[in-house]
Design a protein around this ligand. Structure first.
Ligand code: ZN
Length: 65
């Protein structure tokens, strides 16, 4: 990830945004299977802690310093 870029909320502009990774595990053994959605994926679920906006990572605004 590029440290020069900041992701911000498209609604309120807050940088307090989160992304959600999804992981799959084997139901019987609990063994890790794979990441089905990684945090850097465009379709990772994203949300804002400031205004409760929810969407996908691709919708976040990228600010380059
Ligand atoms: Zn927001």
């Amino acid at each position: 990830m590029n440290d020069e870029e900041t992701l911000t909320c498209p609604t309120c502009g807050s940088a307090a945004v989160t992304v959600t990774a999804e992981q799959m595990f084997m139901a019987n053994t609990g063994e890790h299977y794979c990441h089905s959605v990684k945090v850097q994926d465009d379709d990772a679920q994203a949300s804002c802690l400031g205004c409760q906006w929810r969407g996908h990572r691709v919708q976040l605004k990228v600010t380059v310093k």
